[in-house]
Design a binder for this molecule. Sequence first.
Ligand SMILES: [Zn+2]
Length: 312
Amino acid sequence: MTPMTDPGGLRTITIEGNSSGPHLLITAGVHGDEFTSIAAVRTLAQTVTSSELTGRLTLVPIANRAAVLRGERTAEDGLDLARVCPGIPEGSITERTAAALSALIRSADAYIDLHTGSSTMSVMPLVGYTLHRDDTVLNRQRQMALNFNLPAVWGTSPDLEGRTLSVARDAGIPAIYAEFLGAGVLSDQGVEAYVDGCRNVMGLLGMVDREQPECRIGYVFEDERPGSGHMQVQNPSPATGFFRAVVELGDRVRPGDRIGRVVNIDDDTVTDIVCEVEGIVIVIWTFPVIHEGDSAFVILEIPENPTPPEED
Ligand SMILES: [Zn+2]
């Protein structure tokens, strides 16, 4: 294991296998308040050994160090690292980090980016990928996502820009990302699921001997609409006040269902949040206070009996 710091300030940990093979990059902490992902990559750094490994594993436990030190999503320049890739080498702190991270992504043969919900929201455990226009890359991404083995698998628009996965897309490198709860909480269950998921993908890539565990996937869904996969713009809260969800992650909801309520902090007026679409609840605001316009829920619009994509 070789800890080092590259010129862009990213601390990487490289584990060289005992024979040559693929180079897999796994990153966490692109956002500074996503602690389960960081703990999972730290665990991988402590547990994956050269003797069991074919190829090279590069780990970045904390992509956005400045944001982690603040305990917030972004560094002090307020820029979102997952919106400014491929970055600017001479730019602000987040732009520089994006440039270093993007160079690292381009050096890999496959890429996994681990996230969670932010400190104010929780995300259903899921793994996602872009609906890449190159079928070879797309099929590889699908297989990596399926092997990762979280409850939901979500293929989305290939046209979102600024993400780590946008850099991988442009370089033709198969890439997936994952989400596991959040709300500022470090989930031991999430760490275990992420470590298992990464090892499953390493098994798929021929980097470790690994028997794929029993399938835990409940939903596989692909959505090619422009903007699909963007989690921050849906179901804005109609009011400011104390917030409570009345549904849980993974619940199926329909138009007209009451899914949350906001109580005005001055006069106790109650505003219901009513669902407008049919689908599965995949993101819930968790902080006790919400402001008008904050995204209270994300509903993954899926048909009653979704057709899984064909496996190759
Ligand atoms: Zn994130």
